[in-house]
Design a protein around this ligand. Structure first.
Ligand code: ADP
Ligand code: MG
Ligand code: ZN
Length: 491
């Protein structure tokens, strides 16, 4: 039976901005420092201190907003969001409530070849909280908790989607596309495992025939899931749980749920607080944030080429969609590709080598395209030798492996390994004559019309030259000599 409801999903994504200092003080934001060493009276929430807004953080946030097609407001403001938790020393977070930095954006993703536009409701700027380290396996049986405030005050943007996503797969696609776009902006490390990108997923079911406001549907908010895969799993579980509940005549309540990696289940944490629970009010220590139109335009002009434009460019160069996607999603791979193709014009050849042999060797060595032992210029040298016919494809593979092993360059390895192709006609002719003399039976077969015998003879020439004869040349010379000296007739 078809389920009698639609799945409704909206995502809230937090992204830490990679500024050198925090949002309202000059403390370092470096990840991994000793606990509480990157703190000062401002981010510790001491009385009497005043926040000073980090200009770079705003520039980075605006860049994200523009890349996501948002309208950036010339006037926005900061608000205090009050709640009590040990990781929040001021007992309020400076965030943006009713006048966020940017609104009304969108992101286009591709699902099964079809473009799907997901609206972005708003992007606002806020400060991060500190981090609690629980002493024990789980919070429930921890013997205590330690507070590290290095992260308190690190600048964040929150990117809130409209409830436009209809499946767990779509949620994952959205996150992938969002991360890909942001990766080209240089605004964040985007490391989910280090918490520099975090996602909350809101999930509800809309019964068929429901005509009310989607916002009014009871939903669960799955908090702080640590990977795209787990966002997907958590949503899948939630869809299952909520539909079972509805089928059994139960009621869904608005609540915050956690996700348990081991079991793949979500569990109730608390009933969801409403905006009024936070007693938002305008931050009295910060003036409204006023941005000049001209400055916003400048930021827009300074945006890099974004994934959609890159996809189009790659398609125009004849790169198939799947390969193009691999290049676009790994920004370092695309950078590598750009450099290599600036040196070797054959874009498809570069792509094929990058995504097969180079990728394999990079993975085996635990490297990435940015840290590859064979940088793009060196790959280009190899591919030039291949294109010139100096080496065969098989030799190129062998040389590439040696390049990874030794760090040597392709032209040097061709020399030292004696791997160049024999492209000298007379040298090949000598070998061909030897092969013909050594295989009179096969020659008879060929002369008798068995054209397949030629392939065997080519194989023998290759074998005798240890693969160094250029196969096309071996073929041509064989035919020539068979005609001229054995009286074969061209088929
Ligand atoms: P909150 O403070 O409750 O987290 P936000 O405005 O920050 O509210 O985020 C609300 C999120 O919930 C948005 O991403 C929105 O798309 C999503 N959302 C709204 N209605 C639904 C719904 N019925 N089902 C799932 N998600 C929803
Ligand atoms: Mg929220
Ligand atoms: Zn500080």
């Amino acid at each position: 039976m078809m389920p009698a409801f639609d799945v409704i999903i909206g995502l809230e994504v937090h992204v830490e901005l990679n500024t050198a200092s925090k949002l309202f003080c000059s403390c370092s934001t470096q990840f991994g420092a000793d606990p509480n060493t990157e703190t000062c009276p401002v981010c510790l929430g001491m009385p009497g201190v005043l926040p000073v807004l980090n200009r770079t953080a705003i520039a980075l946030a605006v860049r994200a907003a523009l890349a996501l097609d948002c309208q950036v407001h010339t006037i926005s403001k900061f608000d205090r969001k009050q709640y009590f938790y040990p990781d929040l020393p001021k007992a309020y977070q400076i965030s943006q409530f009713d006048q966020p930095l940017a609104e009304h954006g969108a992101l286009t993703m591709t699902e099964d070849g079809a473009a799907r536009r997901i609206r972005i409701r708003r992007i606002h700027v806020e400060e991060d909280a500190g981090k609690l380290n629980h002493l024990g396996e789980r919070l429930g049986d921890a013997s205590g908790s330690l507070v590290d405030l290095n992260r308190a005050g690190v600048p964040l943007i929150e990117i809130v989607s409209e409830p436009d996503l209809r499946s767990a797969d779509q949620a994952r696609l959205y996150l992938t596309e969002l991360k890909t776009i942001l990766s080209y902006l240089d605004i964040s490390d985007l490391r989910m495992e280090e918490g520099s990108m975090r996602c909350d997923a809101n999930v509800s079911l809309r019964p068929a025939g429901y005509t009310g406001d989607v916002e009014d549907l009871p939903r669960s908010e799955i908090k702080n899931v640590n990977s795209f895969r787990n966002v997907q799993r958590g949503i899948e579980y939630e869809i299952e749980r909520q539909s079972n509940l509805l089928r059994q005549g139960g009621r869904i309540v608005r609540e915050t749920r956690g996700f348990d990696d081991a079991s793949g289940r979500t569990y109730s944490q608390r009933s969801k607080e409403e905006a009024h629970d936070y007693r938002y009010f305008p931050e009295p220590d910060l003036p409204p944030l006023v941005l000049a139109e001209t400055w916003i335009d400048q930021q827009k002009r300074a945006l890099p080429v974004l994934p959609d434009a890159i996809r189009q460019m790659l398609r125009a160069q004849g790169i198939p969609a799947r390969e193009a996607e691999v290049l676009v999603q790994d920004r370092a791979a695309f950078g590598y590709w750009q450099e290599a193709t600036s040196l070797v014009a054959d874009a498809r050849l570069v792509t094929n080598w990058m995504l097969s042999d180079v990728a394999r060797l990079i993975n085996a060595a635990g490297q990435g395209f940015a840290s590859s032992a064979v940088p793009p210029a060196r790959l280009a040298e190899l591919l030039k030798l291949l294109l010139a016919g100096t080496i065969s494809g098989r030799m190129a593979k062998e040389i590439l492996e040696k390049m990874f092993e030794t760090g040597e360059r392709a032209p040097d390895l061709v020399q030292s390994l004696g791997l160049s192709q024999i492209t000298d006609q007379s040298a090949i002719a000598a070998v061909v004559r030897e092969v013909l003399q050594g295989n009179p039976g096969v020659v008879q077969d060929y002369l008798g019309g068995k054209s397949k015998a030629l392939a065997f003879l080519v194989g023998q020439v290759m074998k005798r030259t240890r693969g160094q004869a250029k196969p096309e040349l071996a073929n041509a010379v064989l035919k020539e000599i068979l005609e001229a000296e054995y009286g074969a007739t061209t088929p």
